[in-house]
Design a protein around this ligand. Structure first.
Ligand SMILES: *[C@@H]1O[C@H](CO)[C@@H](O)[C@H](O)[C@H]1NC(C)=O
Ligand SMILES: *[C@@H]1O[C@H](CO)[C@@H](O)[C@H](O)[C@H]1NC(C)=O
Ligand SMILES: *[C@@H]1O[C@H](CO)[C@@H](O)[C@H](O)[C@H]1NC(C)=O
Ligand SMILES: *[C@@H]1O[C@H](CO)[C@@H](O)[C@H](O)[C@H]1NC(C)=O
Ligand SMILES: *[C@@H]1O[C@H](CO)[C@@H](O)[C@H](O)[C@H]1NC(C)=O
Ligand SMILES: *[C@@H]1O[C@H](CO)[C@@H](O)[C@H](O)[C@H]1NC(C)=O
Ligand SMILES: [Zn+2]
Length: 515
């Protein structure tokens, strides 16, 4: 085996000889080293320290066999859903056996969701717009607006909208209602056949994204729809095995048919009432909490008022209002630093107002926007929404790890909103590999054409986690969703018990399934 070494170097030769002789099998010592490294990395990754029960091991073996088969197939065909745009991947994901297991899996809680992006838009088209007294109009820029009113609402100023058209009457005169309903649906989601052509850059897709909220606003803020929207959303998440939700809600005024308006407190009370009514009919359901949110295009004085409103709401509804956040396109909005005067109000008054800031939902490293991550940390954010840029900030990363501040990862949102295209390259892969605390959520699934949490779990499990992620990863993610929720300690214990019961059933089901 020493053949080919240059001669005349007896010392080196004898050393090599000694090494070769001392381990009669050189291959074995390499194997030991790599096994040790592999074991260390396995322990470091998210969920790596969990010890599975025998039945869980069995379920894991079955799950991983399916996962491996799907990954091998993808490597062969070079067709891998997480590396494709979700709009194109969706139908492939639905064929995946791993996806079907993820749907059945008790996922715990969804901690990063926005009020009106969570229920399949079909429901708005098929139910809300079919209710009596629904009117619509077109803004000068071609956006749709809706309003329920009886008698008919006054004609808007032409700079605002066209004349109101009664939908019921309009539909009666149509040749093809299905076609019209499909066009409404296209107004309510970002889904399109050619996303890369239609949405050339982040600004373009963000403006369509915000336009959707503007368009559906008149539907979802109609009191009877508002109530049913909440109930139906809970139903959709419950069916996807999610037992608890935290919603970023703007709490805009809700209106009645006669024009009466309801304020924020009414809306919070309604969330609370609908959630408890839902819980009565759905065993194991835990509830809903609200993170009152305002838009980051508002000026500082406006946000000062919102922070005061948040403190007031939290005093009125301590068990329902969890805290405060700022939402909207980070790149074009105000930075947290610009809002510091407003955001320091609670601390300066000795009031505890938990923050749940969106931060680092950007590709622009080193900009003032990217520094939202620093300020989220300094302002004691309880969790960080997205934290997409966190791995680029080692000092923030280290401190937030020490303070156990989790990030809320929303893979499909990040892809659709053009932060990353191939989800194998999602920067959170690094954080996942080091066991950084995180939860998976779906942001605005209805607007992305997704549903519940399962699609995002699929992307995180198959794409971001790759072959390294297994049942431990999934279990950790589900447990994290309860651990890092805004539930009280006693509520968390109850929630964990409920989740565990369901988890054991799920594990038994997967472990016992024939293969
Ligand atoms: C909409 O759904 C509600 C229940 O959520 C139901 O009572 C109502 O009849 C439905 N309306 C239409 C127009 O489908
Ligand atoms: C109405 O439009 C839908 C969708 O475009 C189409 O599938 C259907 O065949 C049309 N129906 C009629 C009666 O033309
Ligand atoms: C939105 O709906 C209107 C009304 O049917 C339709 O004219 C328009 O094409 C739709 N927009 C999209 C993007 O489909
Ligand atoms: C408007 O409608 C709501 C809900 O139906 C009702 O409670 C309220 O009394 C009405 N207000 C007026 C001024 O008619
Ligand atoms: C802040 O915005 C509000 C409305 O959006 C406006 O009425 C107010 O004048 C603005 N204040 C400042 C200081 O610009
Ligand atoms: C954040 O927490 C630290 C340590 O508890 C405290 O000193 C500081 O005032 C807090 N800052 C805010 C903005 O709440
Ligand atoms: Zn969000």
């Amino acid at each position: 085996m020493l053949v080919g070494l240059p001669s005349g170097r007896p010392a080196l030769l004898s050393l090599l000889w000694a090494v070769a002789m001392s381990s009669s099998c050189l291959g074995k010592s390499i194997d030991e080293d790599r096994n040790q490294l592999l074991m260390r990395e396995k322990m470091m990754q998210l969920g790596g320290k969990l010890v599975l029960r025998r039945e869980e091991e069995l379920a894991n073996t079955k799950l991983m066999a399916l996962k491996k088969a799907e990954l091998m197939q993808a490597m062969k065909t070079q067709n891998f859903p997480p590396s494709m745009h979700f709009f194109q991947a969706k139908s492939l994901i639905e064929k995946s056996e791993v996806f079907h297991i993820l749907k059945k899996m008790p996922k715990g809680a969804a901690l990063h969701l926005h009020d009106f992006g969570i229920l399949s838009m079909d429901w708005l088209v098929k139910n809300a717009t079919y209710r009596p007294h629904c009117h619509f109009c077109f803004t000068p820029r071609g956006a749709l607006q809706f309003k329920f009113a009886y008698p008919a609402p006054p004609t808007p100023a032409p700079t605002q909208c066209s004349e109101w058209i009664l939908l019921e009457k309009y539909r009666k005169e149509l040749q093809n209602v299905t076609e019209f309903d499909n066009s409404l649906l296209r107004n309510f989601t970002l889904v399109t056949e050619n996303p890369d052509v239609e949405y050339a850059n982040q600004d373009i897709i963000w403006s369509k994204f915000e336009a959707i909220f503007f368009t559906i606003s008149g539907l979802v803020h109609y009191a009877p729809v508002f109530r049913d929207y909440i109930f139906q959303s809970l139903e959709e998440f419950y069916e996807d095995n999610v037992l608890y939700l935290e919603l970023r809600a703007m709490l805009y005024p809700v209106y009645e048919l006669n024009g009466t308006l309801h304020g924020r407190a009414w809306s919070v009370r309604t969330y609370k009432e609908v959630a408890s009514m839902f819980a009565e009919k759905h065993p194991g359901f835990i509830g809903v909490k609200i993170i009152y949110s305002d838009h980051r295009f508002r000026n500082v004085s406006f946000i000062m008022e919102s922070v005061r409103a948040a403190m007031e709401l939290r005093t009125m509804f301590p068990s329902t209002v969890a805290g405060f956040d700022l939402v909207g396109h980070e790149d074009t909005g105000h930075s947290l630093y610009e809002y510091k005067e407003a955001l320091m109000i609670p601390a300066s008054r000795g009031v505890k107002l938990p923050y749940f800031f969106h931060a680092g939902e950007t590709d622009w490293q080193g900009t003032s926007i990217d520094r939202n991550l620093l300020d989220a940390l300094i302002l004691n954010s309880t969790r960080i929404g997205h934290g997409f840029a966190l791995s680029k900030h080692p000092a923030v990363w280290a401190n937030s790890l020490k303070k156990d501040i989790p990030i809320e990862v929303c893979p499909i949102s990040n892809q659709v909103l053009k932060l990353v295209s191939d989800l194998r390259n999602h920067p959170v892969a690094v954080l996942m590999a080091t066991g950084y605390p995180m939860v998976v959520s779906s942001d605005d699934p209805a607007i992305f054409g997704a549903k519940g949490l399962s699609y995002d779990f699929y992307e995180a499990f198959m794409g971001i986690g790759g072959m390294a992620a297994d049942l431990r990863t999934l279990k950790q993610l589900a447990m994290n969703s309860i651990k890092y929720s805004a539930l009280l300690q006693s509520e968390k214990e109850t929630a964990m018990e409920t989740w565990e019961e369901r988890w054991d059933k799920f594990v038994a089901d997967v472990a016992g399934s024939p293969q």
